[in-house]
Ligand binder design. Structure first.
Ligand code: ATP
Ligand code: MG
Length: 251
């Protein structure tokens, strides 16, 4: 049994079957990559895991409990955090304030608008946020407005906002998309360090095979809404089904 068990998940948008019959088992403390061509259904699948979309069929179990029918913030409190394809940060707030938001939310179950006024008294939370920013090599940027950060730093800030909640499962939708190679390599190293330091499972959606083969321990190849193959990186390399998927000739 994996920490995440997806069984028979299907999702239709009007006439389009975005997900067919998806079965996926993500084992605890592994990095599991989900790859596939544009439009394969990767983000749709991820959205079904976090309550952003409700699948038409199938079940999604996390840590022995169903996530279906739960609101996104409830799923978040169960221990799933996600980094979206487009970073969801608050541009007008500082880097530090952005990281404080999930700290408050985790402790209080909701973000309080007056929270920032009480920041100086919230020593434990301030410390958590500072430690997190140090871990992400962003402590020097704590007073910068988030909107002014580079693309890579915006993504790392969103990762910090997820990780400060100490999730059991971190979902990453193309965490290095649009980054220069050096920035991508920094992010790979950072994710490796995080994986070593914490008990954390990661499911990562990625197009960049350098990222996939640097991080993943298991890989699922998705094409046209259906998993074609799931295997180790070594077995996936050069697998005919992977070729098939990327040439758009699946099925
Ligand atoms: N909200 C929506 N309404 C209608 N169609 C949608 C919606 N979201 C996704 N789709 C369609 O569902 C299919 C799967 O999309 P999805 O975004 O899951 O693909 P993806 O594998 O994440 O692609 P990419 O690699 O480009 O991010 C696509 O054909 C897409 O156009
Ligand atoms: Mg996508």
């Amino acid at each position: 049994m994996g920490i995440l068990e997806v069984k028979g998940v299907g999702k239709r948008f009007g006439g389009l079957q975005a997900l067919g019959d998806v079965n996926l088992s993500v084992q605890e403390n592994t990095v599991h990559a989900i790859i596939g061509p544009n439009g394969a259904g990767k983000s749709t699948l991820l959205n079904c895991l976090i309550g952003k979309l409700i699948p038409d069929t199938g079940s999604v179990m996390f840590d022995g409990q169903s996530v279906l029918g739960r609101k996104p913030h409830e799923i978040n409190q169960m221990g799933i955090s996600r980094v979206f394809q487009t970073p969801e940060i608050f541009g007008d707030l500082t880097v530090f304030e952005n990281v404080m938001i999930p700290c408050f939310a985790k402790r209080d179950g909701a973000f309080r608008l007056h929270a920032f006024e009480s920041v100086p008294k919230e020593k434990d939370l301030v410390q958590q946020a500072e430690e997190m920013l140090t871990e992400m090599n962003m402590i020097d940027k704590r007073h910068m407005h988030a909107a002014a950060l580079s693309r890579g730093d915006k993504r790392r800030l969103e990762m910090a906002m997820c990780l400060v909640q100490q999730p059991k499962l971190l979902l990453l939708d193309e965490p290095t998309a649009g980054m220069a190679r050096a920035d991508t390599n920094n992010t790979i190293d950072l994710l490796k360090e995080i994986k070593e330091k914490r008990d954390i499972t990661m499911a990562i959606i990625e197009h960049d095979m350098h990222v996939v083969f640097s991080l993943a321990e298991r890989i699922t190849v998705l094409a046209q809404g259906t998993p074609l193959v799931e295997d180790t990186p070594d077995n996936i390399k050069g697998h005919p089904k992977v070729q098939e998927a990327y040439l758009g000739q699946a099925h």
